[in-house]
Ligand binder design. Structure first.
Ligand code: GLP
Length: 243
């Protein structure tokens, strides 16, 4: 695992965007595993800037997103499809037909999860998976649990996640209670993983994820077992590290 220390959110975003651009330049038809949330926003903005300058070309790039709320249509401004389209895809030259996100409107969970696993397998797997870190250590929507869920599945979101995400909805009752997410096994099969973490409130959980016991109670701790993980964390996110 390589840990890169960034000064602040902007610096973290720039360093993360550098890792992603290197991937796209070295393998233009690569499969990017993408994430939503406030953590990757700056990374996407930086990539858009470099694209606009003519330094990046996404015309052959493919993508597979980590997760999607169950029950939200694409045009709901809180759906992850909406997030990805408006914060990244519409600003670059990626072919929308090459972008993949679980379909939150498929009511049959077993069917949708099997479909999404097949989509990823048919793409040949993910080359570089971008991840944010949830306040409780979740990655994608793999919540702390008694066991690691391996493949794409439907999750019941925890109180803490619903609480953390309620700021985006009119009321807490509007926050979806379930989501489709790549499983831990799906994530761990990515050839390379890029975890980005910013802010003091994530510092303790980041420490547990990187140096604590590998346990499904801290889903991100499984990353310790992956052989190609790059972590970019800002000073605030590293501030509660002992020593
Ligand atoms: C959501 C997403 C995660 C994301 C997490 C952290 O729950 N499903 O993929 O990593 O939020 O979000 P943020 O980056 O806004 O702190």
């Amino acid at each position: 695992m390589k840990l890169y220390r960034a000064k602040d959110y902007k610096d973290m975003s720039r360093k993360a965007a550098n890792v992603i651009s290197a991937q796209v330049i070295m393998k233009p038809d690569c499969v990017l595993g993408l994430a939503t949330g406030s953590s990757p926003l700056g990374t996407y903005q930086q990539l858009i800037e470099w694209y606009e300058k003519g330094d990046l070309d996404f015309s052959e790039t493919k993508s597979a997103n980590l997760d999607e709320y169950k029950g939200l249509p694409r045009d709901n401004d809180q759906s992850y499809y909406y997030f990805m389209y408006n914060n990244f895809f519409k600003h670059i030259n990626i072919d929308l037909n090459n972008t993949n996100i679980p379909n939150g409107m498929e009511p049959d969970s077993a069917k949708e999860c099997a479909r999404y696993e097949k989509v990823i397998a048919d793409l040949g797997g993910v080359d570089l998976q971008l991840l944010g870190l949830g306040h409780n250590g979740h990655i994608g929507f793999n919540e702390p649990d008694a066991a690691f869920e391996k493949i794409t599945h439907c999750v019941d979101l925890t109180e803490s996640t619903i609480e953390a995400n309620k700021r985006f909805f009119a009321t807490i009752d509007d926050v979806p209670k379930q989501a489709y997410t790549m499983g831990i096994g799906t994530i761990m099969r990515a050839k390379k993983i890029l975890l980005i973490v910013s802010g003091e409130e994530k510092s303790s959980i980041l420490y547990k994820a990187l140096y604590g016991p590998v346990t499904p109670q801290v889903p991100a701790s499984i990353l310790q077992l992956h052989n190609d993980v790059v972590v970019v964390a800002d000073e605030a996110a590293l501030s509660k590290f002992p020593g």
